[in-house]
Ligand binder design. Structure first.
Ligand code: GYE
Length: 305
């Protein structure tokens, strides 16, 4: 079904591309928007037969899904790796089976970049840096204590956003990260971890959350503790999903660095090229904006996710 004449028996000779997509899970608003983008782009009308799986944020489930796509002999495999490391073996299996792999959203940590064709997604270090710069420039004129809600341990966005933020505040001695723990990119865990932070520290000025969902969970914890988000404790997050942008417009979050989840169109284009044997860029960086309260108010009416 790859379009080559030797391999058309499985789909009756049409040019449909069978693609297996191994998704991370459904942990956040970002992820839901990303899944919607993929499902609404990789359609039969657009020349695709999409096989989609949800790994519930477990690497072993994703590996199993990829193995099943290899066994089914799909034309191309795409996935968003839940964590960075531990992919070489299964990617070797895909390579040996002659099935090209496209990474979307998150990177893998490997020495062998022949194991994938292209990586489509945002620059997470840059996102963290922009968040850190905003904190440093707007809040760091006096000493402030930051607590950090990290994304999934070992995931590219958690590693890179932490690094970018730390980098951006390094030269400002007023800004100190006093605690940093994972909230696994979910609202529920963001809330629980924030409750712990509030019990352990009486002097929190700022929350840096690696995504909007954890910031929204933290807001619940802050309000439950009788404090006012945006006043007593300010929040900065990454993503720019509707619920996050609404909290920003309401003044509960102070700044959001966008991470664009709408990767379906780029994935469709790259998948078609890869299957046709055309050259593709090894790295495609998605463009991201950033929003303060006024920008969020202006953007919200047209926000699709
Ligand atoms: O920021 C978060 C999601 O990998 C960029 O995963 C993605 C991140 C996103 O759970 O909300």
């Amino acid at each position: 079904s790859s379009g080559s004449s030797a391999n058309t028996a499985d789909n009756g000779g049409d040019d449909t591309i069978t693609i297996g997509f191994a998704q991370v899970g459904a942990e956040s608003g970002w992820r839901t928007a990303n899944t919607d983008s993929i499902k609404s782009t990789l359609t039969a009308d657009n020349g695709f037969d999409l096989k989609f799986s949800d790994a519930q944020q477990k690497q072993e489930n994703q590996i199993q899904a990829i193995r099943s796509y290899i066994a089914q002999g799909v034309d191309v495999i795409a996935f968003s790796p839940v964590v960075e490391s531990g992919w070489d073996a299964v990617l070797q299996e895909a390579k040996q089976a002659g099935i090209p792999v496209i990474l979307t959203d998150r990177a893998v940590d490997t020495d062998d970049d022949s194991l994938y064709e292209s990586f489509i997604g945002s620059d997470f270090v840059e996102e963290g840096r922009r968040a850190g710069e905003w904190v440093s420039q707007n809040l760091g004129t006096e000493p402030i204590n930051v607590v950090e809600l990290q994304g999934t341990t070992g995931s590219a966005p958690a590693i890179d956003r932490k690094e970018g933020f730390a980098d951006a505040i390094a030269d400002n001695s007023n800004v100190t990260v006093i605690d940093s723990q994972t909230g696994n990119f979910t609202r529920a865990e963001g809330k629980t971890v924030m409750e712990g932070f509030l019990q352990a520290h009486s002097d929190i000025d700022v929350v840096f959350a690696h995504n909007d969902d954890m910031a929204l969970g933290a807001i619940e914890a802050i309000e439950a503790a009788g404090k006012v988000p945006g006043k007593d404790i300010k929040l900065i997050s990454i993503d720019g999903v509707k619920d996050g942008m609404t909290a920003l417009a309401d003044g509960k979050i102070s700044y959001i660095v966008e991470c664009n989840p709408l990767l379906g169109p780029d994935l469709a284009e790259i998948a078609k090229k890869v299957v046709a044997g055309e050259p593709v860029d090894k790295r495609i960086v998605t463009k991201d904006e950033a929003f303060d309260q006024e920008a969020a108010k202006a953007a919200l009416p047209d926000r699709k996710y």
